[in-house]
Design a protein around this ligand. Structure first.
Ligand code: FAD
Length: 562
């Protein structure tokens, strides 16, 4: 089934939620005129539909393959990547002084949504590079920037992110990789990293690994971590002391090589500090915050793709009769429920994710409040949008019936691919903990309170107002609760806040459609109404889970749950 990027829906969100014309009034984003944005939306769609989507199933089937340390990508990936570089896609929002185009991050978000929808395994490769560019620009030395940024921004070289080790997953502070100072300003890095996305491949001549390691005498935990840039090929052209030892076999994203990496088996891989010694987590967070928002977009992209596939199938497939005529399954109320729900969740997740990127853009323009709001929104986008990706992809399988469970239709691949997004870049449980431990108190609570006040000022739908009331009360009591009780209710409170924020933005989209500012079809308007009337009240029902507290969860020993 062919895939069409939702250019109209994206344009609506860029206008009403990101408010792109406002951004384009600034000197920094003056290039983001209506015409440029339109041209970009269509060009990204054309690349996603024409080059990446046709490789999605090929990549799933052929997978990336390991042979003696080298990794070969599936047929067509090298050519598609070369076109990606040629198109200048990597540098869309990167700084102009290093060869980027300096456009708003919200436009890179549109591009990433399209590429994720078309081919998630491919899109993961540039996705991690985007965060690395930001981290290097913010924390790297001038020399490192000069050597690496231009090629990373052109896409000629691509970057990876190396945190995870067997004993250090969510607990990044437990990592053991080491770095010792070399004779010059370089370091020798040793250690083993697991699960490194696109850690080795044949798409680029060099791979720039961003590696977390401990220096001699560093304190335990995250305070003792430093970030190093460790290239596969050293500036002089020799191979660095690092290699991909094997690839993981996994549920989905088969074309994306998930690598076990060994650094320094011959004495030490040469690397350079990014930022100060022991300040690695700060630099890594620059990279991770970008990646977390981008992982949220993976949920959006897959939800869009799964929805289009399901609607198309439901219009064709006939089961049952009405008035003596064969019925399309799309006309059975329960199938229609699934289709409307899929469209509603997809639109809402897009609105929430783009809104966060719009706040990042305003932060770039010096709006501190917007920067804090982006911080509050990051766990919501990462967790809720990826949960939406899984729910919608799962509904997509359901709409297809048995044909969804077998591989021919492609619906199953979306579900398999979607399932990783709630796990990596900090599991959604870690996002929930971040939300209730840090984000609800950010800037003395003013960051979240400001968001809730803005929702209140605009919300008109009765159910949305009820949810806003509930979230305000629950946030206030969460701020005062014992840490364990707060954590026990964290996932539910995060979800409620995400649905509330998305509902607020959906209502805004609905008003734009009603006033004729958008030519969206009535399916979009109906999906918005469904979100406000059905999904918002569902979130209200999560209040019990927020309030239940830890005692209910720990009443019995975990062993008794076996
Ligand atoms: C396909 C794939 C690609 C990946 N790509 C990369 C990459 O490029 N670079 C990289 O560094 N890593 C990467 N990862 C690793 C990924 O980020 C980790 O798997 C993830 O952070 C979870 O760590 P873990 O697997 O050790 O799970 P664990 O940390 O063992 O977590 C297991 C469960 O316990 C929960 N849990 C653990 N601690 C807490 C806590 N404090 N509070 C609440 N719940 C908790 C988790 O939410 C989860 O449900 C990738 C993983 C996969 C599978």
């Amino acid at each position: 089934m062919s895939f069409a990027c939702p250019v109209g829906d994206q344009r609506l969100v860029l206008d009403q939620v990101v408010r792109m014309p406002e951004l384009a009034k600034s000197n920094r984003f003056a290039e983001a005129s209506v015409d440029t944005v339109d041209a970009l939306l269509h060009a990204a769609a054309e690349f996603a539909e024409g080059e990446l989507a046709p490789l999605n199933e090929v990549g799933d089937r052929e997978k990336s393959r390991w042979n003696d340390g080298d990794v070969t990508t599936p047929g067509g990936f090298r050519e598609a990547y070369a076109k990606f570089v040629e198109g200048g896609w990597m540098g869309l929002s990167a700084p102009v002084e290093w060869g980027g185009q300096g456009l708003p991050h919200s436009l890179t978000a549109v591009m990433m949504e399209d590429f994720n929808a078309a081919n998630l395994a491919f899109a993961l490769c540039p996705m991690l590079g985007l965060g690395a560019i930001e981290a290097l620009e913010a924390h790297g030395s001038e020399e490192l920037k000069r050597e690496y940024l231009p090629k990373m921004i052109s896409g000629e070289w691509i970057a990876t992110m190396n945190l995870t080790e067997p004993q250090a997953g969510s607990d990044v502070g437990a990592l053991k990789s080491r770095a010792v100072a070399g004779p010059d300003d370089s370091w020798r890095v040793t250690g083993n990293k697991i699960f490194i996305t696109w850690g080795e491949h044949d798409l680029t001549g060099n791979i720039v690994h961003m590696v977390l390691a401990r220096t001699r005498g560093a304190p335990e935990g995250t305070k003792g971590i430093s970030l190093f840039l460790v290239p596969k090929v050293l500036p002089g052209g020799e191979r660095n002391d690092l290699q991909c030892v094997s690839l993981e076999h996994k549920l989905g994203i088969h074309a994306s090589p998930t690598c076990v990496m060994a650094y320094g088996e011959q004495g030490g891989a040469t690397g350079w500090l990014v930022g100060d010694e022991l300040a690695g987590m700060r630099a890594m967070f620059t990279m991770m915050n970008n990646a977390r928002l981008n992982v949220g977009l993976q949920g959006v992209g897959l939800a869009e793709r799964a929805t289009q596939r399901a609607v198309s199938y439901a219009l064709e497939r006939k089961q049952g009769q009405r008035a003596g005529l064969p019925m399309r399954i799309a006309d059975h109320p329960d199938v229609r429920r699934m289709l409307v729900r899929m469209r509603a969740l997809t639109m809402a997740a897009r609105a929430l994710a783009y809104y966060a990127f719009g706040q990042v853009d305003r932060d770039t323009l010096g709006d501190r409040e917007a920067g804090l709001r982006a911080d509050v929104l990051t766990p919501l986008v990462k967790a809720w949008c990826t949960d939406v990706g899984c729910e919608v992809a799962s509904l997509g399988v359901q709409v297809h019936g048995g044909m969804g469970y077998v591989e021919e239709t492609g619906a199953a691949q979306h579900l398999r691919d979607a399932r990783i997004a709630p796990i990596y870049e900090g599991t959604n449980g870690i996002q929930a903990a971040d939300f209730v431990s840090r984000k609800i108190g950010l800037d003395d609570g003013l960051a979240l309170d400001g968001l809730l006040a803005d929702v209140r000022a605009e919300a008109q739908h009765e159910q949305l107002i009820a949810l806003a009331d509930a979230v305000e009360v629950l946030v206030t009591s969460a701020r005062e609760a014992e840490p364990n009780d707060r954590l026990a209710g964290s996932y539910a409170l995060m979800t409620m806040t995400a649905v509330l924020t998305a509902g607020w933005l959906m209502e805004r989209l609905g008003r734009a459609i009603d006033s004729g500012e958008s030519d969206s079809n009535c399916g979009r308007r109906a999906a918005i109404e469904y979100f406000l009337s059905v999904i918002v009240p569902e979130a209200l029902g999560l209040g019990a889970a927020v309030e239940a507290g830890a005692e209910l969860l720990f009443r019995a020993p975990a062993e008794d749950l076996a």
